[in-house]
Ligand binder design. Structure first.
Ligand code: SAM
Length: 296
């Protein structure tokens, strides 16, 4: 069966860019790109066809129009078209460029050769249809938190990555020296993508063990608690997962949680507190935040 994708193009005032991304973030997008066009920003976003009916697209255009009116900025120009799987992967692949994140990482699309810059850890990635290219603020915040967490004592650390998507966080942790990561995702395409990206980064299969499932799958699989838990999903999902996190934790276990909008941070922090965790730091980027947590 040929899968089809919506390619949505927005031409907008630069000051509207964050709002446009925010509107896209409320849907489960699979790749975005942005470039300068004269004095404007030209943004493309890709979504599986079943995600939108034509009516939803018209509603999205209306919301972006209202955002512009409320900000007293020119109304953005929106266009959309259906493209097939092959065109989708070609389209966004041609716009996705190598990207530095934090002090250590350089995310390099798998189809480009490795850059000469020798100082950074190169994380090669082909996310396929899975989430996690490093362009999203929540993924960036998690990778930056990992840099902080995995210092000199990384070598013996065993981690869990819940909602691994493309495997970007698991692979980032292993490239920083972690011993082993157990990754889970409810989406089988994410597990396929994580395995492929593991191989792309020459990581042995016994260091990154990815399987379909969620926290309960990990609780059943692990023979000992982990040193750290990575979880970049959505606040409402994280709140449900928190009670089960304790089952794979020990007193020294830390966590990096993101996918949380700033206004949702309190409910997540309250749920953590009720379950024996404390928020050590909260990092924010745009309207998103990342909670670095430890046991109370
Ligand atoms: C925002 S993506 C994060 C991908 C990657 N870890 C990153 O940081 O870029 C969230 C992922 O969580 C998965 N997911 C959603 N609900 C889940 C759950 N209850 N348990 C495990 N994975 C889940 C989704 O399929 C998706 O791949």
């Amino acid at each position: 069966m040929v899968n089809s994708w919506w390619e949505i193009q927005v031409l907008c005032h630069p000051a509207l860019e964050d709002l446009v991304y925010w509107r896209f973030d409320t849907y489960d997008g699979r790749g975005t790109s942005s470039e300068r066009r004269g004095g404007h920003r030209f943004i493309r976003a890709y979504f599986p066809q079943e995600q939108f009916q034509l009516l939803d697209l018209a509603a999205l255009a209306l919301m972006m129009k209202q955002d512009a009116l409320c900000s007293e900025l020119p109304i953005p120009h929106l266009e959309w078209q259906l493209i097939d799987e092959e065109d989708w992967s070609k389209s966004w692949k041609s716009y996705w460029q190598p990207q530095t994140i934090g002090d250590r990482f350089l995310i390099n699309p798998a189809w480009l050769s490795d850059p000469a810059d020798g100082d950074r850890v190169i994380l090669r990635l082909d996310p396929g249809a899975a989430f996690g290219t490093g362009t999203h603020p929540t993924t960036q915040l998690c990778l930056e938190s990992l840099e902080m967490r995995l210092g000199e004592e990384a070598a013996d650390k065993i981690l869990a990555d819940v909602g691994c998507g493309s495997g970007i966080l698991s692979i980032g942790a292993l490239l920083l020296g972690a011993k082993q990561v157990y990754a889970v995702d409810i989406d089988p395409l994410a597990i396929k993508s994580t395995d492929e990206n593991r191989a792309l980064n020459h990581i042995a299969s016994d260091r990154l063990i990815a399987q379909r499932g969620s926290l309960q799958t990990l609780s059943a699989q692990l023979s000992a608690p982990v040193d750290g838990i990575l979880c970049n999903i959505l606040a409402e999902v994280i709140v449900d997962l928190i009670p089960d996190m304790t089952a794979i934790a020990k007193p020294s276990t830390w966590g990096i949680l993101s996918g949380i909008l700033l206004e949702q941070a309190k409910i997540v922090a309250d749920t953590l507190e009720d379950n024996g965790w404390v928020v050590a730091t909260l990092w924010r980027r745009q309207e998103w935040c990342c909670l670095n947590i430890r046991r109370a």
